[in-house]
Design a protein around this ligand. Structure first.
Ligand code: 2P0
Length: 321
């Protein structure tokens, strides 16, 4: 028998950037995301005589495999299960050059396949906690649509909750990939460095405020308010890193920020976001996606590859004999 899981990635509209506990991945502030339909990880897991991890058809033996198996052994201890070994096959349907992490979908799918295979029957809350131990943003991929990850005091309290699993807002995201190879500073390292910023406490407060405002914007179905909150939060995250002497942004990332502003001046609601890399995301109404894509292709010409996505579903898991 083997268990399977499929989890989608998510884009943070209010970013997770800073941890209170690195091992437990307890965030310094709440975050809010949109699960995406276009990008996902599918994972097959079965009990085996030896640990083996195959990613996109190739056996991994280095750091990636180590991270996967140390995550699974932390789940075995968490659920007081006997020591076991696993054969894992994962496929990432996330364009590698798109510059947004596949760790959210990867660890969420892995936790769900593990739970299924071990017969754990976890609630979504427990699955969110388990996924968080693999990668913070994976806690949010348990649900579809708009998702809030509460900061929580301890491990049992830090999990994601759904806000609107099937968003009524006609929202699209256009990802602009500028072909960045590998980021020089990993997210984990960047978060650690950012905690020394004199603005870090302000950042935490801003994220708490932004989550409340974003929840209201979602309830009110106000795309413009949600877009403004997301763009402001992304700018603040990048201002925070700059205050510590480093930045993920390139000239092209900044050009994308001004493109969003230009489009708004022309009457097209478009908002910028950017994670721990130079590639960006533009949020727009579904009906404006073509206009935004055409403008981005005109402005960035051969420097850009565009990928579009809309709201996606939460994680699914099943068994096959
Ligand atoms: C986010 N990012 O909220 C933020 C915005 C990147 C920028 O979550 O250290 O790979 O494994 O818990 O989840 C990327 O960080 O970090 C991330 P770890 P993760 O989506």
């Amino acid at each position: 028998m083997a268990s399977f899981a499929l989890a989608h990635t998510n884009l943070a509209l209010v970013k997770y950037w800073g941890k209170e506990d690195e091992k437990l991945r307890l965030p310094s502030a709440p975050s809010l995301s949109l699960t995406l339909n276009a990008f996902y990880t599918k994972t097959k897991l079965s009990l085996s005589k030896e640990n083996k991890f195959v990613l996109d058809g190739r056996e991994e033996k280095g750091e990636e495999a180590q991270r996967v198996f140390s995550f699974l052994s932390s789940l075995l201890s968490l659920f007081r299960l006997p020591s076991s070994r696993f054969f894992i096959e994962s496929q990432n349907f996330v364009p590698k050059s798109a510059g947004f992490a596949s760790s959210a979908s990867a660890f969420c799918a892995l936790a769900a396949a593990f739970s299924k295979e071990m017969g754990l029957c976890l609630s979504k809350r427990e699955l969110s906690i388990a996924s968080r131990l693999g990668s913070g943003s994976a806690a949010r991929s348990v649900y579809g649509g708009f998702v809030l990850w509460r900061e929580g005091e301890g491990s049992r309290e830090s999990f994601a909750v759904p806000i609107e699993e099937k968003p009524s807002m006609p929202l699209s995201v256009l990802f602009l990939s500028f072909g960045e190879k590998k980021k020089k500073i990993s997210s984990s390292e960047g978060m650690k460095l950012s905690k020394s910023s004199p603005f870090f406490q302000i950042w935490r407060e801003e994220c708490r405020k932004a989550c409340k405002e974003a929840e209201k914007a979602i309830k009110d179905d106000s795309f413009e308010s949600l877009g403004e909150i997301s763009e402001r939060n992304a700018c603040q995250m990048h201002a925070l890193t700059l205050s510590c002497g480093f930045s993920y942004l390139s000239q092209l990332s900044l050009r994308a920020l001004s493109l969003a502003k230009e489009l708004r001046e022309e009457g097209v609601s478009c908002y910028w976001s950017c994670d721990a890399g130079s590639n960006c995301a533009l949020l727009c109404r579904k009906e404006d996606l073509d206009i935004v894509r055409k403008r981005a292709e005109k402005v960035f010409a051969s420097s850009v590859t565009c990928f579009s996505a809309g709201p996606g579903n939460g994680v699914e898991a099943w068994s096959e004999s």
